[in-house]
Every structure is written in C-alpha cells, then in structure tokens.
Write a protein that binds this ligand. Sequence first.
Ligand code: SAH
Ligand code: SF4
Length: 376
Amino acid sequence: MTTALTNLLDMDPAQLVAYCGELGEKPFRAKQLQRWIHQFGVSDFDQMTDLAKSLRDKLKTRAEVRAPAIISDHTSTDGTRKWLVDVGQGNAVETVFIPEENRGTLCVSTQAGCAVNCRFCSTGKQGFNRNLTVAEIIGQLWMAEFELRKTKGIEGGPKGERQITNVVMMGMGEPLYNFDHVKTAMLIASDGDGLSLSKRRITLSTSGVVPEIVRIGEETGVMLAISLHAVRDDLRDLLVPINKKYPLKELIAACKAYPGLSNARRITFEYVMLKGVNDSLEDARDLVKLLKGIPAKINLIPFNPWPGSKYECSDWETIEKFADFINDAGYASPIRTPRGRDILAACGQLKSESERMKKTDRLAFEAMMIANHGEE
Ligand code: SAH
Ligand code: SF4
C-alpha cells in the first residue's frame, strides 16, 4: 500500500514548524526548509544540503513539493507570459505574468470556475468546479517565479533575484469564497522566509463577499480591489448577482471599514465599461458620489467580449469622457496616456482571436491594469 505524500506547498510557516515537530525536528529546520522551497525553488530534498541526511531521508519517504503541472506556456511579444496549469479532474486554470520596467505582476487563479456568475464574465458562464488548494494557489506563484528565473538563467538564486514583485488575485474564481486557502497562500507569499512579498504588493479582487471583506483585511493586511461595475442596485443585481445578497450599501460600508485604509492604501474599484449599460455620465457622477469618503482608485476596464457574450465594449470616446469626469472629481485616472492605444488594442484585438486567447488576454489585461496602478 502506498501512502500519499504530504505536499509541503500546502503548509504555511507555522504548519511547517508543526510538521517538523512531528518528525522530531527543531523549529529552525522548518525555516531552512521553507527557504529552500520558497526562496530557492528547490523541490528535491537531496539538494537541501544544510539539512541533516536523516531528515532528508525522512522527507523523501513522506513529503513532496509539488506545484500544479504546466500544460502550456506562452510568451507574447510584449513579454506577457501565460501558463495553463493542471489542477486535476480535467480542470485547468491560467496564471499570467506581466513584466514592466520596475515590477513584475503575477495574476493567479483561486478557483476552478466561479459560482458568482457575473453576466459579462466568461468564467462565470462556466460555473463552479471547485476551490483550489493552498498548494495549487501558492504553486502558481512558485512555479512562475522559478520558471521565470530559469528563463533568465538565474535558477536557484536567492530572493534578491526575485522576478515577481506584485501578485493580483484576479484570475479565475472568487477569492473570498475560498477564504482559508487564499489567506494561507497570501501569508506564505509574504513571509520573510518565503518570497517575502510586501502585503502592499498583493491585491485581492472580490465581487463583494461582504462578510469576508473586513476579515481578509484583518487577517492578511493585503490590498483590496472591488469589482463594482454598477452604481445602482437594480443594475448591479443583474451584472454581479452576488449584489442581491450583499447590496451596495453593505458593500460600501464594508469598504469603509477595511483595515488600514488611507490615502496611501486605497481600495481599487474595478468598473467594466459596457456600452449603453453602465457608461453614461450619470453613472460616472453616481460613482463619484458612491465612493465619497473612501480612499479609492477607479480602474475603468474596457469590456473584453467573448463568444456568446451579450455586451459590447463602450466606445473609446465614451470611456474617455467617463475617465475625464472621474479625474476631475479627483480620482487618479487609471487609463491616462498612453492609455488610448494600449487599451484599444487590448479591447479590439480580442475580437479576432480564439476563445482561449481571449480569456488569457483578459486576465493579462486585468492584471496589467492593476499593476499599473498598484502600490509601489
Ligand atoms: N473574481 C474576482 C477576480 C477576478 S476577475 C472578481 O470578480 O473580482 C478580475 C476583473 O475582471 C473583475 O473586476 C471582473 O469583473 C473583470 N472581468 C470579468 N470579465 C470581464 C470581461 N469580459 N471584460 C472585462 N473585465 C472583465
Ligand atoms: Fe467570478 Fe469574478 Fe467572473 Fe464574477 S467576474 S463570475 S466573481 S470570476
């Protein structure tokens, strides 16, 4: 009979200490192990040379370091790299890396599919399959970081060689419906003996799971993004159906109560531009009114169509007018120059591509939008 190996990627630092304790090892062994795994990307216990041979032998028979397997790996001309990874039972999720001059942002998925079923979202259309495990979430980061280093020829480098500087939970799924796993994954990513990412450089995007919003802030200290998309309950009920359960009033109250909120730590409000649906100047005015008193950034996202989607992307002129209005109201514009070309390209180019590319490009685009306006 074979016993399943314990995947060490599933463990946060405290769990790793407890696990080492079970093996009769001192807590500092857990730190060594954690550094080998998360700072050096080593999964072969034999390469962990400062661990006693007896411990390495124990680990080899009981444990493993296993990220989801890569199904495909594409780099586009602008340097954006997309991986499709296998999360079992015929499920696959995407992870997207967006390199920029001073940062590298990884967009990770938290669920296979999504139950929220936003009208304009292709993931929502697919329905919900299951929550990703901690190892599958942190494994996307782990895999991406060390694949990127490998490409650069700096395999095994210390954390000073880190390629990923920012993480956005903006891939597939509603992160707050997978609270515990997402929380643990974020704590692993920000731990000083791991990749040591600043909490200010980790952004969680939610459709508005109100009871978990303040809690995730308290328990992790990461940055928050809200998929707002509408400023009236009747419209938001339709576009983001979770609004029926947690209407705008409750959502806004939760945002105002978000821990650590300040001008230096603003909430990002995502707002998809849907032609003739939510893109009028009246909407812009109500948006500004709704967010009054909240340190906020507004990300206008041109809608990316997908086969069967019932919406169209707002005209560029409309997006600009909308952006100008919220700019004038004092919000840093998320699509300032050279916004035009880039965004129109992203929005228009999708029409001619395959469905899969559309989805990946949407993710890349979303992550890019946030990366551009995330914290330093
Ligand atoms: N599920 C989470 C995070 C992932 S989606 C959430 O909804 O917040 C990241 C952003 O892309 C969300 O604001 C989402 O509403 C938006 N989005 C989804 N489908 C889109 C599309 N077809 N075009 C533009 N933005 C889209
Ligand atoms: Fe789920 Fe986010 Fe898509 Fe809504 S927009 S269906 S919450 S992935």
